[in-house]
Design a protein around this ligand. Structure first.
Ligand code: UDP
Length: 195
């Protein structure tokens, strides 16, 4: 499998079909997997933030988000196979989860945003289940409660839209306690998808 170096990050160079095959393989296995995305803002943050960089590099899939990263790939002579941004990849993932009848939990965004995303998903992808939603502006003292709530909801997939690097640090810290098979940091996706 081709991993492509960009500013100390090791990106997976996969097309959408290959990403779906990876998800299908994981579904046959026990354990938790984490997907992270890198846009130019994340890549820049990661050069200054060693812990964030290491969390990204330990993701089970680290995917290029947006044309900036694709352009860097072309300029540096290693074109990426696919754009994995919200517009291109998210509908592909949603169709996959629809077919699987997957249960999703949506965490992040301002109050009401995750609920709006959930409503749209339920309309556009009947078959997807929403196990729960919650905004991304809870206090630190409420974190154990949020983690317990997600754990009890027992989703197949947890989408966390709290921005970089917060969402990735949060997911790395609470991964074990969450007990969710697939966790994904999705940045500003909820704002985009609820609007
Ligand atoms: N956000 C959140 N909690 C926070 C800070 C941010 O839920 O404490 C949300 C914010 O509402 C927005 C997203 O995280 O929906 C960040 O989007 P942005 O596009 O800034 O993130 P990036 O794609 O750069 O990671």
């Amino acid at each position: 499998e081709a991993r492509w170096p960009l500013l100390g990050l090791w990106l997976d160079n996969l097309d959408h079909g290959e990403i779906l095959r990876q998800l299908a393989d994981w579904a046959q296995q026990a354990g938790q997997r984490r997907i992270a995305f890198v846009n130019p803002h994340c890549a820049n943050l990661a050069t200054h933030h060693a812990r964030y960089r290491s969390i990204l590099n330990r993701a089970d899939l680290l995917l290029p988000d947006g044309s900036g990263v694709l352009l860097a790939g072309r300029l540096l002579g290693t074109p990426m196979k696919a754009n994995s941004n919200g517009t291109d990849l998210f509908p592909v993932l949603c169709r996959h989860w629809q077919q699987q009848g997957a249960r999703l939990y949506l965490l992040g965004g301002q109050e009401g945003v995750a609920d709006a995303v959930a409503a749209r998903l339920l309309l556009e992808y009947p078959g997807i289940h929403v196990a729960g939603c919650r905004d991304g502006y809870f206090k630190d003292v409420d974190t154990p409660h949020v983690v317990t709530e997600i754990r009890k909801a027992a989703p197949d997939v947890l989408l966390v839209a709290m921005g970089a690097p917060l969402q990735d640090l949060w997911l790395a810290e609470h991964a074990d306690a969450l007990g969710v098979p697939l966790v994904i940091g999705v940045g500003g996706l909820f704002d985009f998808y609820s609007g």
